[in-house]
Design a protein around this ligand. Sequence first.
Ligand code: GLV
Length: 320
Amino acid sequence: MVRPKVFVTQRIFPEALEWLKQEAEVEGGQAEAPLSKEEILKAVEDKDGLLTLLVNQIDREIIERAKRLKIIANCAVGYDNIDVDFCRQRGIFVTNTPGVLTEATADLTWALILAVARKIPQADLFTRAGRFRGWALDLFLGQEVYGQTLGIIGFGRIGQAVARRALGFSMKIFYYDLKRLSAEEERNLQATYLPLDELLKRSDIITIHTSLNPSTYHLINQERISLMKKTAILINVARGPIVDEAALASALKDGKIWGAGLDVYEREPEIENKLLSLENVVLLPHIGSATRTTRLQMAMTAVRNLLQGLSGQRPDNLVW
Ligand code: GLV
């Protein structure tokens, strides 16, 4: 039997690559940095399957070039890097890796909340620099987290996992989502639905967990930032373009809000220059799901989806 041909755009874990190699002719899987569009265009021509990372923009031109393509397995829960509508029209499966990264991403969200509220990176730098000269009543004063109000934008798997952790901090939880939970689900999470603008006005800490799509692009813009409390903290671990990064940088600079924690950016890996010099923002390099266990599970999930699609089965995590 002819083995399917697969292209893996970048380095993945050896365990995942080995599994794939048992079932398919594999090319790629070694690149350290994202490939150029030209390189991807060339590689996809004769492939039946693609394993992609979120840094790969898989647009119409690439999909049209891949005449034999049956499936694109994205190794991420988000899939805004792929033209899914066009794939659906052509009957090409697109899959993601939901579920396996929920808890790790919620943990990282909390790491960012606490890091911003208690100025952890700044305090660490200060201590390393030998500037700690003794306890002082007003050294690195942060914001309370315990008992405060948390506003969660996007209340799917990850947003809800963030809410479960917030219960341990005795927080009041508001959420906004296009889909409202049932009364019972809301009760279990002690979460109250609010329209977005109302949530922004009433929350001390606001955290974003929606997907990026045309309706969430710049959802948090200058106007919405102006609704937030002056003491508010904004966290984004979802996708950069959901927040107008320039508007956020101005608001942080002018003290319109108190702080922010970002794991994602509008034009990754580029970061709005103004943010880099601000003290009241904590910047991470898109590591929301980055534990070894979770990232390996993501790679294995992507391989499983890919093999299912190649064998003509409907893959577990089809997104359309
Ligand atoms: C990470 O950002 C993901 O979408 O998995």
